[in-house]
Design a binder for this molecule. Structure first.
Ligand code: CO
Ligand code: CO
Ligand code: CO
Length: 316
């Protein structure tokens, strides 16, 4: 397959990032992404909110501002009440309103399994794009949301999750990354990616590889949703966690003692996860304070960018 070499394509498939960026004018580029998922909670309105927050996240991870969105719907109209779909769409619309994004269209197909998401277009100044390729030695690493959504969804599917934890899980997943993105842009972050399907370590690996650095992560500083440790300790783990660990094991250097359940959490696939930000050390504390003030109460500084061993993740 030959990829086009359009000079206005700033971020495309050649060095894949969270979203594509295309220059329209010297001071304006569009950011484009698409994402859709199968239901991960039973309540359709919550699912719509989660899917929307998840789809918007890749634009925020690039430092962009989403402006328009289109629905992508797969729905079994013959067997399921259309009221369910209406609730999913209402949930998504509530999140789009919160984000200041206009819903401008969409497309639906009949399918046996529900799937929902958005194609999102955002804007950014071409010189202000934040990719995963510019983490610099000495930077501090910040994580804006606690981990564990994959493990808790596995517990939920097994009918084991208590209502209180389900509420915490849902709250994490419906939380937009908009404020975190604004904060990191305004304070001059060097690099960013959102933590999604590959888990914290998987996405950290991409940042390390693309930036030509190593990331030192202090496993004890990484926040996770309360209760996740219990389920992980019991071995209640999503299939995606094993795939993530298998895929990236070679890039890991264990420099400290990390218990196996904590390692599992670090590889847990996230839905609508937080941002992993690489920021100059002199702004890291202020960024953390701002993130907490914006409602990211569990945000934390989880590590440091170091020079060697290149492309590796050093776990303390
Ligand atoms: Co992403
Ligand atoms: Co994505
Ligand atoms: Co159509």
């Amino acid at each position: 397959m030959e990829l086009s070499s359009d000079p206005n394509l700033i971020v495309g498939l050649k060095k894949a990032d969270d979203a594509a960026v295309y220059r329209l004018a010297d001071d304006l580029a569009i950011v484009q992404t698409v994402d859709f998922i199968t239901p991960i909670v039973d309540d359709p309105y919550s699912f719509g909110m989660i899917a929307a927050a998840n789809s918007l996240s890749d634009v925020y991870a690039m430092g962009g501002k989403p402006v328009t969105a289109m629905n992508i719907v797969c729905f079994p109209g013959d067997t399921l009440d259309i009221a369910v779909l209406k609730k999913i769409l209402a949930g998504a619309l509530a999140k789009l309103d919160e984000a200041g994004v206009a819903l401008v269209g969409g497309h639906s197909v009949k399918d046996e399994e529900i799937k929902f998401g958005l194609s999102v277009t955002g804007v950014v100044h071409p010189q202000k794009i934040i990719t995963k390729s510019d983490a610099r030695v000495g930077d501090k690493l910040l994580l804006t949301k606690p981990l564990g959504t994959g493990i808790l969804n596995t517990a939920l599917k097994a009918g084991l999750l208590d209502d209180e934890t389900l509420l915490k899980l849902t709250q994490q997943m419906v939380t937009l990354n908009n404020k975190a993105s604004e904060i990191m842009v305004s304070l001059g972050a060097h690099a960013c990616t959102d933590v999604s399907g590959f888990g914290l370590i998987g996405h950290a690996c991409e940042m390390a590889e693309n930036s030509g650095v190593a990331l030192e992560i202090n496993s004890k500083k990484v926040p996770y949703i309360g209760g996740v440790d219990r389920w992980a300790g019991m071995g209640l783990l999503p299939a995606g966690m094993y795939a993530n660990r298998e895929f990236r094991q070679d890039m890991l250097e264990l420099a400290g003692k990390v218990t196996s359940w904590l390692l599992d959490i670090l590889f847990d696939p996230q839905t609508s996860g937080g941002l992993l930000i690489s920021a100059p050390p002199e702004v890291a504390d202020e960024m953390l304070t701002e993130l907490k003030r914006a409602g990211h109460s569990e945000a934390a500084i989880v590590g440091t960018v170091v020079k060697r061993p290149q492309s590796k993740i050093i776990l303390l």
